[in-house]
Design a protein around this ligand. Structure first.
Ligand code: HMG
Ligand code: MG
Length: 302
């Protein structure tokens, strides 16, 4: 079996993680988390979302958070932008990459962004165009790529269709997302194969929520396919407010521990990463939702 020799991890904790917290996390805490993640060696961080504060009040401080970050050379800072209003606000804070987010399920598209899949593509089209004109990279997410909280199982053909639509409007990279963590390895492989019909292997990432404890297995099967980009969340923070019961993304600590053990380079310092996860978990008054972090923190205590 041939695995990639290196993997790039996007830590989505400050965005996907903190969007789902009941209490408002102060901007200063979000900024500190971003600083700790970049100090740990993360080279891409999904910082925040320029979405409606009525829909997701947790991200209402997007501009403040972006303005407060001391940027580290070589790090890419990305933000979510569902429409031109979001893009126009986001561009003022100079992101390196924007993310448009579509779904492979109609019902989820309606609940999450209040429009059909086809309408969402028409909203994303000018966003992608404007981003390219500003030299900003454009990433896309495909939610519910294997299962939907409202529609149940999602066929790979749906993923292929959305991947094609995103490709047509100039989205450069796509994340295949198991929003509610129901995927198991063979289903995830089929969803990935569908996405790979339209995108090169370097331009597809895995975004696995770990609700059913399948995310490491799903990551492993994708590694076997040669996929080397993954979205993960420090301390396993997160979920989506429009996917009830869905827990966080797979913990960055767990993925880095697995990759280190396999001799795959991530450029991430696991100890510093664990400190970053502990920082935000302490703030939220809970234990990190990561088995590797828990084990290594216990080991530190001796
Ligand atoms: P809408 O209500 O249909 O929008 O929401 P609208 O265009 O009709 O505007 C209604 C109001 O919202 C107006 O304000 C707009 O100005 C304002 P009013 O006149 O009523 O005062 N508005 C905005 N304000 C700030 N920023 C904006 C914006 N757009 C409109 N960008 C909309 C449509 C997309 C805005 C809304 O549904 C929304 O914000 N949804 C965001 C949902 C979200 O953030 N979900 C979580 C992120 S996706 C995710 O987690 C999945 C992912 O992790 C992958 C996976 O795991 O699946 C990426
Ligand atoms: Mg997500």
């Amino acid at each position: 079996m041939k695995y990639p020799s290196k993997v790039k991890i996007i830590d989505v904790g400050p965005r996907d993680g903190l969007q789902n917290e009941k209490a408002q996390v102060p901007a200063a805490v979000k900024i500190e988390l971003v600083h700790r993640l970049q100090d740990a060696g993360l080279t891409e961080i999904e910082v925040t979302s320029f979405v409606s504060p009525k829909w997701v009040p947790q991200m209402a401080d997007a501009a403040e958070v972006m303005a407060g970050i001391t940027r580290k050379p070589g790090v890419r800072y990305s933000v979510l932008t569902p429409n031109m209003k979001g893009f126009e606000a986001a561009v003022l804070s100079n992101p390196d990459e924007i993310v448009v987010f579509a779904a492979a399920s109609e019902a989820f598209s309606q609940r999450n962004i209040n429009c059909s899949i086809a309408e969402s593509i028409e909203r994303f089209r000018p966003v992608a165009e404007a981003a390219r004109a500003h030299n900003i990279r454009v990433r896309g997410a495909i939610s519910c790529a294997v299962g939907c909280p409202y529609e149940g199982e999602v066929a790979p053909a749906r993923v292929e269709m959305v991947a094609r639509l995103l490709k047509d409007i100039g989205v450069q990279h796509i994340g295949v997302a198991d929003t509610i963590g129901v995927g198991t390895p063979l289903k995830v492989r089929r969803a990935m194969e569908a996405a790979l019909k339209h995108y090169a292997i370097d331009e597809v990432s895995g975004h696995f929520h770990d609700t059913y404890g399948q995310a490491l297995g799903n990551t492993l099967i994708c590694l076997e396919m040669g996929i080397w980009n993954y979205d993960t969340s420090s301390a396993g923070l997160g979920g989506c407010p429009y996917a009830k019961g869905a827990t966080g993304n797979v913990a960055t600590e767990d993925v880095v521990y697995m990759l280190q053990g396999m001799g795959i380079d991530t450029g991430i310092d696991l100890d510093k990463l664990i400190d970053a996860g502990k920082f935000i978990s302490d703030y939220l008054e809970r234990k990190p939702n990561s088995r590797a972090a828990t084990a290594l923190l216990n080991k530190r205590l001796g």
